[in-house]
Design a binder for this molecule. Structure first.
Ligand SMILES: [Mg+2]
Length: 222
């Protein structure tokens, strides 16, 4: 298998080598992506019935028993990022948790959003209280997590909603502490997890404490 090239912005990142590092996904971790996409498809006369840990397979034409065809799903996904990619709510407590951790840890956002959404995504992050460097990845995240982890001698935490990304990080950067978060409460019971391998925490106040503990960060005030 040919290795994918690493995101170019990785080479421009300068992190304090002595500081712990927290690597955080966006969609379903900092951002309520499913809800935003649901509003978007609703404006296009479609509805979501969330019965699977999937995206397009939960989108239906009203009254129909089968979900929309995958091709239409992909078209809608692309269109969402063209026009509505900033219309996503932040996950409750995420900004406060990261802000409090950021006094003693570097924070890097690692997202797999389409490349064309880079500016919109940066604006969204800034507007919702996530003023941290963003790396746009595609495909499994392990190689990027490893490259980021190599920028510090401190401990590393990685937070994502998707089991394949957590598995990929476990293989490429086994020393990193891995946490799974699923921000949308409707997706929580449907998400694929391996709680023995990756700690599962779905709320930011609890996640904040778990990360602080794992990274040996003295609890920040507030
Ligand atoms: Mg995600």
């Amino acid at each position: 298998m040919t290795a994918r090239p690493l995101p170019p912005e990785l080479s421009q990142l300068e992190l304090n080598r002595a500081t712990p590092l927290i690597i955080v996904d966006v969609d379903e971790v900092l951002a309520m992506f499913m809800r935003g996409f649901e509003r978007f498809v609703g404006r296009h006369g479609l509805e979501m019935r969330i019965t699977r840990f999937a995206l397009f397979e939960n989108v239906y034409r009203p009254g129909e028993a089968l979900p929309i065809e995958p091709e239409l799903g992909k078209t809608l996904f692309e269109a969402f990022f063209d026009t509505d990619g900033e219309d996503i709510d932040p996950a409750a407590g995420a900004a406060h948790a990261l802000d409090s951790l950021s006094s003693q840890a570097s924070i890097v956002i690692l997202t797999n959003a389409p490349g064309k959404s880079r500016d919109a995504r940066s604006r969204w992050l800034a507007r919702h209280g996530f003023p941290y460097p963003m790396v746009m990845n595609s495909g499994p995240k392990g190689a990027a997590v490893r490259a980021l982890a190599d920028l510090t001698e401190g401990p590393v935490a990685f937070v994502d909603d998707l089991l394949p990304n957590l598995e990929s990080a476990a293989l490429a950067a086994p020393a990193a502490h891995r946490f799974q978060m699923v921000a949308d409460e409707r997706l929580r019971p449907l998400a694929f997890s391996d709680r023995e391998r990756h700690r599962r925490i779905d709320h930011w106040p609890e996640m904040r404490h778990a990360i602080a503990e794992a990274l040996n960060i003295v609890r920040a005030p507030g």
